[in-house]
Structure formats: structure tokens, C-alpha cells
Design a protein around this ligand. Structure first.
Ligand code: ADP
Ligand code: ASP
Ligand code: MG
Length: 402
């Protein structure tokens, strides 16, 4: 049995014409001799709308009730797609994650998939049906509804692909591949035909929201190739895959950015390893993800710690930091939402010196002030002011001749 898993994102499911277009693509794959499992997202804008509905009632909805409403968006998509496929003469059945048994941990709004029961899926496929599954959602073992975090349908699709031992997972979206930069910011960005899991991990982790980070982690761990392509044409897209010997090692494969960052500084505390441990233990115990961290030496005995978090976690992180500031006798604690991250990624950086200096020169030429820097083998990240991010991305794209 050759199973293919296809995922269609929000723009691909935006309205009835889009749903019919997806149904045609699915039916073509089915008639091409495949067993097809489809994972879908809510129609474009729906999840935002549901978040806003909740926020109109209270600015602090409980995680459980938020998941209860957010999970409904995908349920609209699965039923409409099943109807559209049946209208084309193929059998199809839609399932929510509770019906299938996509079990997650209990972390509402950012749950992690733990196991997937494939019994119902296999049974329906054996009966000749196209199986359509709601992305983004899961259930705990107590059947509480959870969601996987924004953009999480990609992760649902890869997890289902892995559980079914599919040959590959096709992710259909509104761009025809992964580009050297977000094509909305760099109009002359180029399509990358093949990208390694490691590079894509860095791209997604650095803000290229074209793929949900955890979908790439899961695909990499299980060596599951992802073919990212357009819902609106039949062209080959981008393969995200294990590194192969004949694969060209790009010095810089792409540029990524995020603008939903905030930065917090705890200034002038005693330079004790335990202080740093206390800060990051407190923040992580509150389930806030810390991103870039820098430590500056004030004098021999005193340091200043800065770190970035996602904007939606800023208020919580700042409150905790203010408490920490008092506890650790900091001179001051301050925060700003006026930061963005700009990153360059490429496996070739491992072996080629001079990349960082070229990057810094390029930003200097543009008058872009760098607030923080972090590096890995294949990634250099600069934290800059929000107003500068587009200028920085465009200039870097040009400087590295992407
Ligand atoms: P979907 O709703 O199908 O999941 P997303 O909006 O989550 O789609 O992801 C697709 C979008 O990702 C594109 O429209 C594009 O603006 C953005 N994007 C960011 N970085 C890149 C990149 N490097 N290559 C392609 N698209 C990118
Ligand atoms: N509908 C969800 C969101 O908008 C999940 C997804 O699109 O992947 O975040
Ligand atoms: Mg997405």
C-alpha cells in the first residue's frame, strides 16, 4: 500500500472554490493509485477570528476553553472537503483528532503529539476511502481537546505521515516552495529546490513560518521527506530532506526573520552562576520560551543579562523578570517590544570563515544597529530594531547574492 499524506493550509481552504480545487487535487492522487490521507487547516483567517472572539470576552481565556474554540476551525474544513470529494465521485470520510486518537500531552495551546492510533485510518483506507483529518488539534488521554500551537497543522501532517510510514509528506500552501527569504519581504527571492533538515530547522526556528518548527524536527528525526509545494499549480516545490553527498553546500542558503519578538534586560546583578540559573529556571517553569540570550560584564563582579521572548509571552516574562530583579537586587529591569530577529542560515558556514564579518559590514552599511547576536554552526542571528528588519533582510539577501 503506497500511502501519501497531503496537508493543505488555510489559504488553500479559504473558500468554497479553494475547497473544490483541493478536492480535485486529492481525487487526482487517489485515481493515480495512492491511498490518500489529507490533513487540513482551518480556512484562512478563521483561527485569528476565533482568537479574537475569545479575547472579546476576556483577555485571559483559560487554555482549555481557548483550545475548545480554536479546534472548531479545522472541523469546518474537514467536513467541507469530504463533501467536495464525494461530489467528485470518490469515497471520503472526515475525522477529528479525538475520533482518530491523536493523543497529546496536557499542555493546552502548545500540546505535543505523543501517539497516534492508526486503526481507523487504515480501516477507512482499506475500504477505499480518502481519509481527511483535522490538523492542529489533539486530545489528551482524558479526551480533553488540545491544540499544537499556531501553524501546527504541518506538525499534525508529519506526525500522521510518520505513524503511517508514508513515503513522504506533501505540504500544499500558497507559495510554490521554500525561498531564500520570505517572498513577501524579498520579491526577488529564489526558490530552493532541496534543503537539508538542519537548514530548514534553522530557517523555521528563525521565523520562516512556511513550515511549523516542530514539523521539521519530527521529519528530521524520522527521516521523513517533506515536499512543500503550491496548492494552485502542479510544479515541483522544495524537498526538505537528509543531506546527500551530491547536494550543493550553500554558504548561505537563506535569510529568515521574525517580528514578534520582545527583549528583556535584567541590569547589573551579581556575577554568580546561580543567579543566571535562577533567572532561566523561573522563566522556563512558567513555560515561557527564551530565545536569544546575551550576558554583558558590567565590572568584575556584576553582569547584565538580556534575552528575547515571543511577543505573546512578553507580559508574563516581564512580570517574572521584575520579581527576579527585586530578588537579585538588579539595578533595573527593562523591556521592549521594539525588536526583530534577522538570521542567515547555511551549512557551508561551518567551514567558511568571514561570513559574520560580511553580515556585520552589510548591516553597518545600512546603518542598522545590532542589539544582540547569537550564532550556531550554521546560523547567525542578529536582533535589530523592528523598523529596520525589512531593510536588513533585503540588504543581506543582496550582499550574499542569494
Ligand atoms: P499555510 O496557511 O498554508 O500553512 P503559511 O502562511 O503558514 O501557509 O506559510 C506560507 C507563507 O510562509 C508564505 O505565504 C510566505 O509568506 C511565508 N514564508 C516565510 N518565509 C518563507 C520562505 N523562506 N519561503 C517561502 N515562504 C515563506
Ligand atoms: N489553523 C491553525 C492556525 O492558523 C493551524 C494551522 O494553520 O496550521 O494557526
Ligand atoms: Mg502554516
Amino acid at each position: 500500500m503506497s500511502i501519501i499524506v497531503q496537508k493543505y493550509g488555510g489559504t488553500s481552504m479559504a473558500n468554497s472554490d479553494c475547497v473544490k480545487n483541493v478536492a480535485e487535487k486529492v481525487v487526482r492522487s487517489k485515481r493515480g493509485g495512492h491511498d490518500v490521507v489529507v490533513v487540513v487547516s482551518a480556512p484562512a483567517g478563521m483561527t485569528d477570528h476565533l482568537v479574537n472572539r475569545a479575547k472579546e470576552i476576556t483577555d485571559k481565556p483559560s487554555g482549555r476553553e481557548l483550545d475548545m474554540i480554536l479546534a472548531t476551525g479545522e472541523q469546518i474544513s474537514i467536513s467541507l472537503l469530504a463533501m467536495a470529494i464525494k461530489a467528485l465521485g470518490e469515497e471520503a470520510i472526515s475525522f477529528t483528532s479525538a475520533q482518530v486518537g491523536i493523543f497529546t500531552d496536557e499542555n493546552h495551546n502548545k500540546a505535543k503529539i505523543e501517539t497516534i492510533d492508526t486503526t481507523k485510518i487504515i480501516k477507512a483506507l482499506t475500504e477505499g476511502k480518502v481519509v481527511i483529518i483535522a490538523g492542529f488539534q489533539g486530545v489528551t488521554k482524558d479526551l480533553e481537546i488540545t491544540t499544537l500551537g499556531r501553524g501546527g497543522s504541518d506538525t499534525s501532517a508529519v506526525a500522521i505521515g510518520v505513524a503511517l510510514k508514508a513515503d513522504e509528506v506533501e505540504i500544499y500552501t500558497d507559495v510554490d516552495g521554500i525561498y531564500t527569504a520570505d517572498p513577501r519581504v524579498v520579491p526577488n527571492a529564489h526558490k530552493i529546490h532541496r534543503i537539508t533538515f538542519d537548514e530548514m530547522l534553522e530557517m523555521a526556528g528563525s521565523g520562516a513560518k512556511v513550515l511549523h518548527l516542530r514539523s521539521v524536527e519530527l521529519a528530521a528525526k524520522n527521516h521523513m521527506p517533506i515536499h512543500l509545494r503550491s496548492s494552485f499549480n502542479d510544479e515541483m516545490g522544495t524537498y526538505v530532506m537528509d543531506e546527500e553527498e551530491n547536494m550543493e553546500q550553500a554558504l548561505v542558503r537563506g535569510v529568515a526573520h521574525t517580528t514578534n519578538n520582545a527583549k528583556i534586560t535584567i541590569a547589573n546583578i551579581e556575577n554568580k552562576p546561580q543567579n543566571i540559573a535562577t533567572i532561566f529556571k523561573t522563566i522556563s517553569d512558567a513555560n515561557v520560551n527564551v530565545d536569544v540570550i546575551t550576558q554583558n560584564v558590567v565590572d568584575q563582579n556584576r553582569i547584565t543579562i538580556s534575552f528575547t521572548v515571543a511577543e505573546e509571552e512578553y507580559d508574563r516574562a516581564l512580570r517574572l523578570s521584575n520579581d527576579l530583579g527585586k530578588q537579585l537586587h538588579a539595578e533595573a529591569v527593562y523591556g521592549t517590544e521594539d525588536v526583530a530577529k534577522v538570521c542567515i542560515i547555511g551549512v557551508g558556514m561551518k567551514t567558511t570563515p568571514g561570513v559574520a564579518s560580511r553580515l556585520f559590514q552589510c548591516l553597518a552599511d545600512q546603518g542598522v544597529h545590532i542589539e544582540m547576536v547569537s550564532t550556531s554552526d550554521i546560523n547567525i542571528t542578529c536582533v535589530v530594531s523592528k523598523v529596520d528588519y525589512a531593510k536588513a533582510v533585503l540588504a543581506i539577501h543582496q550582499a550574499f547574492e542569494l
